[in-house]
Design a protein around this ligand. Structure first.
Ligand SMILES: *Cc1c(COP(=O)(O)O)cnc(C)c1O
Length: 369
């Protein structure tokens, strides 16, 4: 017998989810706006990707290739991987969602970290499972805290490496230690959305760990360094067993044709990626130095954004800085929802945007860089 209600009712827990709030886009009344709130690249997309996108416009009546083969082959060739272990998604967000819906259910636990990406929490709850949140240490994922939180109900562990919004990273030795300490039945999800930006000898995105295990996946995106956020392209490198399970429930045409074409062209243009990374890493250093000179604290970042901490002083806190910056057309990201009520995350932008933020924050702090 079913209970009669006056309207459709979602599964238990769904209405407890706080919907994702994207970065702000508008600064009302300001003529020139610099959007530095969503970690988009200031360099745009590769001209080759844009050409491929335009070409795809000639055949919009045709269904796309449900296997996204052209894109998967391009990814496989550039990264030296087996095409069968690559799955593409409508943004890595879709892949994270599929993992949760396939591997989690009521009563299961999934571990995330204190300042972790909010999409994990949303998808875990969406699958009806329980979120277990562990502390970070110095704004960095704490492998021991994760291992201590594992129970016999744990099914998945999510970490972004580098982290968002912290920009910190976990060295490969610690990732290996984390994996070694997890039961073989637990999936370790390594979200490497910012991997291309990292230039550290002790960093690895996770390819090796995926190759040699059956319970690790790595997700990547074309939304950041490739400048294709509008097209929604993510990919996952994972073991055959996990890909087979996910392929049974993914939408048969989850990747659209212009995205497949543009993504394939973009990843083959590594010279363009190199330029974007060079610009980023030059400005990451300059910005950090300048912001520290005007009295702000910056968490050391290896990604394309910096987390800026404001003084705990009346009128100088993050919300006031946010309002001041917005009034001048500089849109940063408030990160209260990530456990940083007194910080703002700034995407590293064009030279003009970066200099503008430095000058504006100098004025805000009453000090110049
Ligand atoms: C931006 C970002 C992604 C990318 O998501 P897409 O759906 O591919 O655009 C994934 N993980 C983290 C941590 C991010 O910051």
């Amino acid at each position: 017998m079913s209970i009669v209600t006056s309207e459709p009712v979602p599964r238990p827990g769904i209405l407890d989810i706080a919907a994702y709030v994207p970065g702000k886009e508008h600064a009302p009344g300001v003529a020139r706006v610099f959007k530095l709130s969503s970690n988009e690249t200031p360099l745009g997309a590769s001209p080759k990707a844009i050409d491929a996108f335009k070409q795809a416009a000639g055949n919009l009546e045709l269904y796309p290739d449900g296997q996204a083969m052209a894109l998967r082959e391009a990814i496989a060739s550039v990264h030296g991987l087996n095409v069968a272990n690559i799955m593409c998604g409508n943004g890595s967000d879709e892949l994270l969602g599929l993992l949760c819906h396939v591997y989690l259910g009521t009563g299961d636990e999934a571990i995330i970290t204190e300042h972790g990406f909010l999409v994990y929490k949303i998808q875990i709850m969406g699958a009806g499972a329980t979120v277990v949140e562990v502390k970070e240490k110095d704004r960095t994922v704490d492998v021991d805290a994760i291992l201590a939180a594992v129970t016999d109900k744990t099914k998945m562990v999510f970490i972004a490496n580098p982290g968002n919004p912290t920009g910190t990273y976990v060295p490969v030795a610690d990732i290996r230690r984390l994996h070694a300490g997890l039961p073989k039945s637990v999936i370790l999800v390594l979200d490497a959305a910012y991997a291309e930006y990292v230039r550290k000898n002790d960093y690895e995105a996770g390819l090796e760990l995926v190759s040699s295990n059956r319970n690790v996946v790595m997700t990547r995106t074309f939304s950041k360094v490739y400048g294709l956020a509008a097209l929604r392209i993510g990919w996952m490198y994972g073991p055959a067993g996990i890909l087979d399970a996910l392929n049974r429930v993914r939408g048969p045409f989850n990747m659209n044709a212009p995205a497949i074409a543009a993504g394939a062209a973009a990843i083959r243009d590594q010279a363009f990626v190199e330029k974007a990374v060079e610009h980023n890493n030059l400005w990451q250093g300059k910005l950090t130095h300048a912001l520290e000179t005007i009295g702000l604290k910056v968490t050391p970042s290896v990604a394309n954004f910096v987390l800026i901490h404001f003084p705990d002083v009346d009128g100088k806190r993050a919300p006031e800085a946010d309002a001041f910056l917005t009034s001048r057309g500089y849109i940063l990201r408030a990160v209260r929802g990530y456990g940083f009520p007194n910080a703002l995350r700034m995407t590293i932008g064009s030279e003009e945007a970066n200099r503008g933020v430095i000058e504006t924050l100098g004025e805000f702090m009453g000090k110049s860089a």
